[in-house]
Design a protein around this ligand. Sequence first.
Ligand SMILES: *[C@@H]1O[C@H](CO)[C@@H](O)[C@H](O)[C@H]1NC(C)=O
Ligand SMILES: *[C@@H]1O[C@H](CO)[C@@H](O)[C@H](O)[C@H]1NC(C)=O
Ligand SMILES: *[C@@H]1O[C@H](CO)[C@@H](O)[C@H](O)[C@H]1NC(C)=O
Length: 229
Amino acid sequence: MVGLKSTLKALFCGALALAAVSAAPVAEVPNVAVTAEFPNAIAGLTPDLISGESNKLKVTFRNSGKTDLKVNLIVGTVAESYDFENVIRNLTAYRYGTTLKADATLILPYTIKMEHASREVGLTLLADVVDSSKNHFSVVVFNSTVNFTEPAQSWIDLQLIFLYVLIAGIFVGVGLFIKDLMAPEVKTVKKAPSMTPEEREAALEKMKVLDEDWIPEHHKKSPRVVKRR
Ligand SMILES: *[C@@H]1O[C@H](CO)[C@@H](O)[C@H](O)[C@H]1NC(C)=O
Ligand SMILES: *[C@@H]1O[C@H](CO)[C@@H](O)[C@H](O)[C@H]1NC(C)=O
Ligand SMILES: *[C@@H]1O[C@H](CO)[C@@H](O)[C@H](O)[C@H]1NC(C)=O
């Protein structure tokens, strides 16, 4: 197996050579166009890379040629924005080995995840494209300045506050429920004073019709008698 490191080295040297000498290529350069977009971006804007989080990219390959190609790898570097050759970090190389058919489009995902201070850097992503004769070509996927930013702390704080309020609400709810379970009598007793003096009078009037003697004492003042009216 050919080492990834040497492949990457060859790829970057290849990219430089490609930029320097475009004349007299050994093999015909594949007719492939590549675009990279951040799915979460506002149209037409390159969003900031969020330090420590997974920044997803959608890479679209368009093969306008007559032969099938293969997308082998996508590699990347984060460099100083004033000098793209002053590499700060080599990004994770993604190996695909996916066929890019003639006159077809292929979409591949790429994720950038690294910790970096909030400032401008130069981001370069290169794809290693292989033709049917096993010639490797380095195709620029992305090459521009981007800003690193910290994750939105205030938003996380807001979410935490919301969580605390929610938990507090649950505790209050559970507390009320337990209180209800433990004191059901209190609730029924509380209903009794809702009887107005008029109602009480009417209830007593009705009771007079009956032979009061056989009614148990504690039932005489029951509000249920009122409801039977
Ligand atoms: C990135 O990779 C290249 C090629 O393998 C290597 O020469 C260079 O030292 C690496 N840079 C960093 C910052 O790791
Ligand atoms: C990327 O852009 C920088 C700055 O514009 C330039 O110096 C460099 O040659 C470009 N790299 C590639 C591979 O196109
Ligand atoms: C990066 O941020 C600086 C300062 O906020 C801004 O001037 C610059 O345009 C940004 N660069 C990019 C590529 O968004």
